[in-house]
Ligand binder design. Structure first.
Ligand code: NAI
Ligand code: 15L
Length: 266
């Protein structure tokens, strides 16, 4: 690719992917509302509020691919979620439609299905069961992407990311973890295959204790390398196990299932 846009580039995942995805394009266009630091030689820094449609249209112009990580990433008030994740994703897809339909990796979330119980095994075509307004906003993003695919041929990878950290941090992550290396290699496959379509993809490493079935995306040729199981004994020794009836151990969405509906600006 000539130019790859990464939104949410100042965030936890964005700052890691900024380094890992550099080989995918001649230029990385990095965007956020927060400070992204100075641009490296292969980078363009373009601050932009995703809720500003005109600014998002300018941001997307000239990009051959988009990794959309920007927006609210945890449970917050409806107003905040609406701006970042509802208006923001609409603005992004409208901008893509106006500017040649570059392929999009949409950072969806396991919180689209957070109220499934941990003993259930999920395929990507099962009904969503969001565990809060954040999860609902990701369901909206997925639905919007499907509509732009059916109506306009816009291709997107709807990656329901589990938990992307350097290593699993608790027992739930033995099932939900995806290593930064595996997430980056998934993105590389998404931009390499001749036909992508608009698949829902479970964003997880090759976890022995995984809950989610990715057998429908064999055509991507993605082979995750890491397995959360490698950290089980370390977790057993260092992190207390939750009680079996604790929502953290009961539902796939873990603590998010306990969040309230936050007041405005919460
Ligand atoms: P993060 O909260 O660290 O980064 C999100 C970035 O988006 C922030 O830098 C923030 O300033 C920016 N942002 C928020 N509202 C914005 C707006 N209106 N306009 C422009 N930028 C805005 O989140 P993280 O962990 O890096 O996650 C990245 C994406 O992946 C998010 O969409 C999140 O929902 C999704 N995800 C992440 C998971 C993880 O394990 N890190 C798991 C599941 C989904
Ligand atoms: C998410 O969707 C969040 O963005 C991230 O911060 C983690 O909490 C992750 O899910 C998770 O469920 O572990």
């Amino acid at each position: 690719m000539k130019r790859l846009l990464i939104t949410g580039a100042a965030g936890g995942l964005g700052s890691v992917m900024r380094r890992r995805l550099a080989p995918l394009a001649q230029v990385l266009r990095l965007s956020d509302i927060a400070d992204m630091g100075p641009a490296a030689a292969n980078e363009e820094i373009v601050p932009c509020d995703l809720a500003d449609g005109a600014a998002v249209a300018r941001l997307v112009e000239g990009c051959d691919g988009i990794v959309h990580l920007g927006g609210i990433s945890v449970e917050r008030s409806y107003g905040l979620i609406r701006a970042g994740n509802i208006d923001g994703v609409f603005n992004l897809y409208e901008a893509a439609r106006a500017h040649g339909r570059p392929r999009i990796v949409f950072a969806s979330s396991n919180h689209t299905v957070g109220f499934y119980r941990q003993e259930e095994r999920l395929t990507a075509d099962m009904p969503t069961r969001p565990d809060g307004l954040y999860g609902v906003s990701k369901v909206f993003g997925e639905a919007l992407a499907h509509m732009y695919h059916d109506k306009f041929g816009q291709e997107s990878a709807l990656v329901r990311i589990g938990s992307c950290t350097e290593k699993p941090l608790n027992h739930r992550m033995l099932s939900t973890w995806i290593s930064p290396r595996d997430f980056a290699s998934l993105i590389e496959r998404v931009f390499s295959v001749p036909r992508l379509g608009c698949p829902v993809i479970w964003g997880i490493s090759a976890n022995a204790a995984g809950w989610w079935d990715n057998s429908h995306i064999g055509y991507l040729g993605w082979r995750p390398q890491d397995n959360a199981e490698d950290w089980r004994s370390e977790l057993d020794a260092t992190v207390p196990r939750p009680a079996p009836d604790d929502p953290v151990a009961e539902f796939q969405g873990g603590v998010f299932t306990r969040d309230p509906i936050y007041a405005e600006n919460g």
